[in-house]
Design a protein around this ligand. Structure first.
Ligand SMILES: Nc1ncnc2c1ncn2[C@@H]1O[C@H](COP(=O)(O)OP(=O)(O)O)[C@@H](O)[C@H]1O
Ligand SMILES: [Mg+2]
Length: 294
């Protein structure tokens, strides 16, 4: 499932090295009794403000569950989830929007679609009524220009290609300056070239705005291109079996993805996932043979 979720709080000036997301001894089991599904094993994960974290791992290992924990759509069975300094389960969650493909409202223009979060998420909502509309429109146009969609503001969604819609989708995800972007395989359905274009656009947007990003992806190249840190998860019940920083210089280029160090990182991640899939039947969670290679 491709979806893009935005936790809707506008960017406050972040203090350095603040923790954006913290999972402490967090586990998730769906259902009860004999049909209970342990989806996420006890997990500790700390994500600093402004980090771009990619979560990779085999299908069904709990990646989307982690995104849902962070957005408050799923409650932890044990442990605590803290987002922006507040415990998620302890408050009415301010999930700004949750989008799934197809994502645009067909009766609104691209500009109107992009400005939609501003009409919903406070404090923009009140400002929107107080004639800040023109300033917001400028912001929408600036974002459209950044993703190469200058001049498409007044088109309708059906007049755009799939790749263009995903770009507009990114604009909408960023229009209310969220401090956090939760991306669940957002480029899964696109062809390779469009994908690569969007990686570059997303990288630029991240460099410009520095939101905390949690990206779930099956695409190891995508993870290594975009992320500043990659967590590899084991099959169900998922846990993080490898956690490493990605230190390639930015801005990264598609060309860099064919260089030896980049290829080596992909190979290592791939080996980890292939190995861990192979030991899926083993239920010894202390098997540490896949950890710590670098
Ligand atoms: N609402 C739910 N009820 C029961 N089982 C679920 C529910 N959501 C997810 N699961 C199960 O939990 C596991 C992890 O799911 P998910 O986080 O969606 O995996 P991933 O995103 O890594 O593919 C899967 O085995 C899935 O079938
Ligand atoms: Mg998923």
């Amino acid at each position: 499932m491709n979806s893009m979720q935005i936790v809707g709080e506008p960017a406050a000036a972040p203090t350095k090295a603040q923790t954006a997301i913290e999972l402490s001894a967090t586990s998730v089991t769906f259902g009860r009794g004999p049909t209970a599904t342990p989806a996420l094993a006890e997990t500790n994960l700390s994500i600093p403000d402004g980090e771009f974290l990619a979560l990779v791992g085999p299908s069904g290992c709990g990646k989307s569950t982690i995104l849902r924990l962070v957005s408050g759509l799923v409650r932890p069975t044990s442990g605590v989830v803290v987002v922006g300094g507040r415990e998620v389960a302890a408050r009415a969650l301010r999930v700004g929007m949750a989008f799934q493909n197809p994502t645009m409202l067909p009766w609104l223009t691209i500009e109107q679609n992009i400005m939609l979060p501003l009409k919903i998420v406070e404090p923009f909502r009140s400002q929107f009524k107080k004639q800040r509309k023109l300033a917001f429109r400028d912001k929408a146009h600036a974002l459209l220009a950044q993703v190469g969609l200058k001049g498409f503001a007044n088109k309708f969604p059906w007049q755009l290609s799939g790749g263009m819609l995903q770009r507009a989708n990114l604009c909408r995800a960023l229009i209310h300056e969220p401090r956090m972007l939760l991306l669940d395989e957002p480029f899964g359905a696109l062809d390779q070239f469009t994908k690569e274009e969007l990686w570059t656009i997303l990288q630029n947007l991240w460099l410009a705005h520095k939101p905390t990003v949690l990206l779930v992806t099956h695409d190891l190249r995508e993870a290594a291109f975009l992320a500043s840190r990659i967590c590899v998860m084991s099959p169900r019940p998922g846990r993080v079996i490898d956690d490493s920083a990605v230190t390639f210089a930015r801005p990264r280029t598609i060309k860099m993805t064919f260089e030896p160090e980049f290829v080596a990182l992909n190979q290592r991640l791939r080996d980890l996932i292939v190995d861990i899939r192979g030991v899926e039947s083993s239920d010894d969670p202390s098997d540490a043979s896949l950890e710590g290679t670098s």
